[in-house]
Design a protein around this ligand. Structure first.
Ligand SMILES: Cc1cc2nc3c(=O)[nH]c(=O)nc-3n(C[C@H](O)[C@H](O)[C@H](O)COP(=O)(O)O)c2cc1C
Length: 179
């Protein structure tokens, strides 16, 4: 390996992601929550999504014991929520109002979307475990815009450069660059 972990992290940070908070009820009955930017859509049929959990998390063993999760996609104005759930912190839930969702995981508002899932498969992946989950219920609030994580900083969604659906419907005023 001819690169440092710092350089590797910086290179990975060139890929912009959304920001999500994964919540669950621990096998011991209390609320768990971590910020992740490793949320990925995996399959439409069956409806699968995934996220990665670090082995160094304090709540790693508890999360590995959970059978269901709720994945909240954050809005652009929720950097505080991302920071609150994004580091070791005994008071993650102190200012969060939540209710129990359909799979038993804590659900909080607001969010851009929440996917309620049941655990489907795990994949060992170095210092992380990839958790694949099957979506059984979701809710969306599409009038809001997403929080973006890019190069270690938070952003909001910017200018639309091309919209495939609108282009196909002849509603685009901008050109595709094809000539
Ligand atoms: C923007 C952002 C993205 C993160 N993505 C992940 C992730 O995908 N997987 C992960 O295990 N931790 C991720 N973290 C770190 C965890 O959220 C953090 O280590 C965790 O909340 C600490 O929980 P603990 O108190 O149980 O150790 C991320 C943090 C931030 C701020």
């Amino acid at each position: 390996m001819n690169f440092s972990q710092r350089d590797f992290r910086d290179a990975l940070g060139l890929f912009p992601t959304g920001v999500a908070v994964v919540t669950a009820t621990s096998p011991h009955g209390y609320e768990l929550g971590i910020t992740v930017n490793s949320f990925v859509s995996v399959s439409l049929d069956p409806p699968l999504v995934s996220f990665n959990i670090g082995r160094s998390l304090k709540c790693f063993d508890e999360l590995m014991g959970c059978k269901s999760f709720a994945i909240h996609i954050l809005r652009h104005d929720q950097t505080g929520v991302s920071l609150g759930f994004g580091r070791p912190n005994d008071e993650k839930w102190r200012e969060i109002e939540w209710k129990v969702g359909v799979t038993g995981s804590p659900i909080f508002l607001p969010h851009l979307a929440v996917f309620e899932c049941e655990r489907y498969a795990d994949c060992e992946a170095g210092d992380h475990v990839i958790i694949v989950s099957r979506v059984v219920h979701f809710e969306v609030n599409v009038e809001d815009s997403a929080l973006i994580f890019y190069r270690g900083a938070y952003h909001r969604v910017g200018e639309i450069l091309h919209n495939k659906r609108k282009a196909e419907a002849g509603e685009c005023s901008y050109r595709t660059g094809a000539g």
